[in-house]
Ligand binder design. Structure first.
Ligand SMILES: [Zn+2]
Length: 405
């Protein structure tokens, strides 16, 4: 085979990558035939080798624009949106945006890593119970003074975060176990300046470091008995636990949502696997966005839960995950059980004037020719396994996407 023909065939093979998959082989075959035909014509007319080479290479270069034109004309936006891959691409895109906007899931990474201080398991945050549905009250100056008088088994320090300034008592960094430095990340917050804490300001965060292996319940009981003008039992929470709380809450809610989804979907293994991946990706995107944009920056620096952190923020995540699961289940019912493409081409059959003998129904088809589905008219695109009618292979040639599985 002349070298120029081999070169042209190679160019056509590369250009064929631009052509739509279903048409690729046929398109390449036609172009290769044309190349041979062109070569034979030029040789028959006695064209010089350099002229034949130039003409054939110019002709082969045209294959690229022809393949691109074919792809453009074959592009069907509705078919593209109905593909199962589209459902997976959207949450992946959201995850990528959150990843870039959050410096590589910074809050998630910090929650997994915990605090980088020595013996972090001995650090606790103290609050008072507000006695209303788990809401906690920020301790006051009187609380801190009263607790300092009572207990010698825990070192206590006061702090307050105002914007990017951390106001602390003199012993704060001793209790925390690090040397003072800025910039400094404290419970998910960026600290750019450290200032002395004015204990007359009202509520303060109280950080404690257990000096001996005392049970938290025992410490809470001792501090609750301290004479202080404020009522309410004293609560202690591990600093590590407070920092990881949003991550653990998100993971457990997503897991529960996936279990509920899998119990409700009742599909064949392939469709069930698609449902699981689609739902898990969507829920992961929502969970990551919640931790990075809502929960992480709102971790109260005092570790004390108010109405926002105790109810509103978790409620927002639960609502978003429930909506996402509901949509995922609804979407699954509108898909072909074989190729998972969205069912399309709705056709109204029956008559609205004959509800009993010829009741109105809508027939939707798989665009790859796998079958059709009859659904009662008001509930368009809902797949009931009993209503699914399987078509044989001969129907596929009638459909535009018939070449794919
Ligand atoms: Zn199908």
């Amino acid at each position: 085979m002349p070298i120029v023909v081999s070169l042209c065939r190679y160019a056509i093979r590369v250009a064929s990558l631009l052509a739509p998959t279903g048409f690729r082989a046929e398109w390449a075959r036609d172009w290769n035939t044309e190349i041979w035909h062109g070569y034979a014509s030029l040789a028959g007319r006695g064209a010089s080798r350099s002229k034949a080479r130039r003409k054939l290479l110019c002709f082969a270069a045209g294959a690229f624009s022809d393949a691109a034109d074919l792809r453009r004309s074959a592009f069907n936006p509705e078919a593209a949106l109905g593909r199962p891959a589209f459902c997976l691409a959207v949450p992946l895109l959201v995850l990528s945006v959150v990843f870039l906007a959050s410096h590589g899931f910074r809050n998630c990474r910090e929650m997994i890593a915990g605090t980088a201080v020595p013996q972090a398991q001995n650090l606790v945050l103290l609050s008072r119970s507000a006695r209303v549905m788990g809401i906690e009250a920020v301790p006051t100056e009187e609380d801190l003074r009263a607790w300092l008088r009572v207990d010698r088994q825990v070192a206590l320090a006061g702090f307050e975060l105002k914007g990017n300034e951390l106001h602390v008592t003199a012993n704060f960094y001793d209790v925390l176990g690090v040397t003072p430095h800025v910039p400094f990340r404290f419970a998910g917050h960026e600290v750019e300046a450290i200032k002395p804490l004015d204990l007359k300001t009202g509520g303060v965060g109280v950080l404690g470091r257990l000096r001996s292996p005392i049970a938290r319940e025992q410490l809470e009981a001792e501090l609750s008995n301290a004479p202080s003008p404020n009522g309410g039992a004293v609560l202690t929470k591990s600093v590590e636990g407070v920092i990881r709380e949003p991550l653990i809450f998100t993971l457990s809610t997503v897991l529960l949502s996936l279990v509920v989804g899998m119990a409700l979907v009742r599909e064949m293994p392939r469709a069930a696997a698609f449902f699981f991946v689609k739902t898990a990706l969507a829920q992961a995107a929502i969970g990551a966005a919640w931790i990075e944009c809502v929960a992480g920056p709102s971790i109260p620096p005092t570790g004390v839960n108010g109405v926002t952190t105790a109810f509103l923020m978790p409620g927002l995540l639960i609502a978003a995950l429930a909506l996402s699961l509901g949509y995922s289940l609804h979407d699954q019912k509108r898909r072909c059980p074989v190729c998972l493409h969205l069912l399309t081409l709705p056709v109204l059959i029956g008559s609205r004037s004959s509800i009993i003998l010829d009741r109105p129904q809508v027939e939707v088809l798989c665009p790859n020719g796998h079958g059709s589905l009859l659904v009662p008219e008001p509930v368009v695109h809902r797949r009931d396994p009993a209503a699914w009618l399987v078509w044989n292979e001969s129907w596929k040639s009638c459909f535009t996407l018939g070449g794919s599985k």
